[in-house]
Design a protein around this ligand. Structure first.
Ligand code: ATP
Length: 405
């Protein structure tokens, strides 16, 4: 059996005219991400990163193994450490979210805009089975996206259509050793049980690659629906300095399923979050769109318009301005040592006498980015747009995110 052309997939990962100067690769030390690193390094300048979750005694050693692999090949590599999980909640889920956030911060801090993950067709098929178990709808069954925006970074899964066996064959051929994460065979995890179930489905001709193909068909159907929503949003929803503004009447007239999809995407985008809100919270706002605080966003209503803005209390704290990225914003301006980016907040707004003359209401301005030198307000691009600094949403246009797959 001839496998997929992994080099062709690596080349197709980025538009040849717009490939990033450096591609970040998230490498656990497992086969999938090591193969992703090895294949991408043939075509792009790469930098690798490993998160040591501190959950298993071997993790530090595995991270050191990735460091050694990278060191031998002149690939920059860093190890990030997680402070650990909260006492309650799903451990795997917490670890995944923390990883995304840590790696997102790492990338932004180095001006890396694109980070590759090592997901394969096997992961896609396991996800499909797990979501079947949760009675998912089309969006869920359409599987993991080939690309997505989160944490101010564009994430890629270049080998999502390739079976794990093909990536392992590549590593074996190259003489590259990988580690087997023991939690990959721990049946306490749903993914491990899905993997075992998948192996049994071979008897009726269901394979990981086959299921990955099914998700691709569903994703194509999902894309058509997304396009329909995109057209509605282009007519009815306005992006204003990182806020989304929509007529309450137009939103109320939408079919509930369309309203659900739209609000889900809107809240995700305004929060700059990798995930949408919890189903119950989303259902409440879909049933009665109106003033609310949810998912790190604030919805206000005035003159028949609903405005979704970032919730000031949920936005990121102050951070060094070096990389020009903060919370969900990309900032550009005359950088100088010691500058910080943070929320404008009440203290900042109090320093701007004429903010009411601008188009943005107070809640939007409170959460908006500001450049600080100690307690001196250097710039507030949304409240005082005439200054030298510019702020644009790091995730790009909302309307574009509706149709990106
Ligand atoms: N500790 C980590 N540090 C850095 N990146 C990670 C880490 N764990 C997972 N990733 C990234 O997330 C992807 C998916 O993670 P998951 O745990 O589902 O991986 P997997 O299918 O076991 O892959 P791998 O064989 O690379 O570990 C990985 O391929 C890798 O790119």
């Amino acid at each position: 059996m001839s496998g997929p052309d992994l080099d062709a997939l690596a080349r197709a990962a980025f538009d040849p005219d717009a490939a990033p100067a450096c591609v970040g690769v998230a490498v656990s030390g497992g086969s999938d991400s090591l193969a992703t690193l090895s294949l991408l390094a043939r075509h792009y300048r790469v930098a690798a990163v490993t998160v040591d979750h501190g959950l298993r005694p071997e993790a530090a050693q595995e991270a050191a193994g990735v460091a050694a692999y990278c060191g031998a090949r002149g690939i920059p590599h860093e190890i990030l450490r997680w402070e650990g999980p909260a006492p309650a909640g799903n451990l795997m889920d917490q670890a995944r979210r923390a990883r995304l956030s840590l790696i997102g911060g790492w990338a932004r801090g180095r001006g890396i805009t694109d980070v590759a993950l090592g997901h394969t067709a096997d992961d896609q098929a396991e996800t499909f089975l797990m979501r079947l178990g949760r009675r998912a709808g089309l969006e869920g069954l359409a599987g993991m996206r080939r690309r997505f925006v989160a944490e101010g970074v564009l994430w890629h899964r270049p080998f999502l259509t390739a079976p794990r066996a093909a990536l392992r064959a590549h590593l074996t051929a190259e003489g590259i050793a990988w580690v087997e994460d023991p939690s990959n065979s721990d049946p306490r995890f749903a993914r491990v049980r899905a993997r075992a179930a998948l192996a049994g489905l071979g008897a009726v001709g269901i394979t990981a690659e086959g299921l990955a193909e099914v998700t691709a068909h569903l994703a194509a159907a999902e894309a058509l629906i997304a396009e329909d929503l995109y057209r509605w949003a282009a007519q009815n929803l306005r992006e204003e300095a990182g806020d989304l503004v929509v007529a309450g009447a137009a939103l109320a007239a939408l079919a509930p399923e369309r309203r659900r999809r739209l609000l889900n995407a809107a809240l995700r985008w305004v929060a700059g979050a990798a995930y949408g809100p919890r189903a119950a919270a989303l259902a409440r706002i879909v049933a009665a769109p109106g003033p609310a605080t949810l998912h790190g966003c604030r919805i206000t209503a005035a003159r028949g318009l609903l405005r979704i803005t970032r919730e000031a209390a949920a936005s990121a704290p102050r951070a060094p301005a070096a990389a020009g990225l903060w919370d969900r914003w990309r900032l550009a301006g005359p950088a100088a040592p010691g500058l910080e980016i943070g929320p404008l907040g009440a203290a900042g707004l109090a320093r701007i006498t004429d903010w009411r003359a601008g188009p943005l209401p107070r809640p939007s301005l409170l959460a908006s980015p500001a450049i600080w030198a100690g307690e001196t307000l250097i710039a507030a691009p949304l409240a005082r747009p005439e200054g030298d600094w510019r702020a644009t949403p790091a995730c790009g246009s909302f309307h574009a995110t509706l149709i990106r797959r």
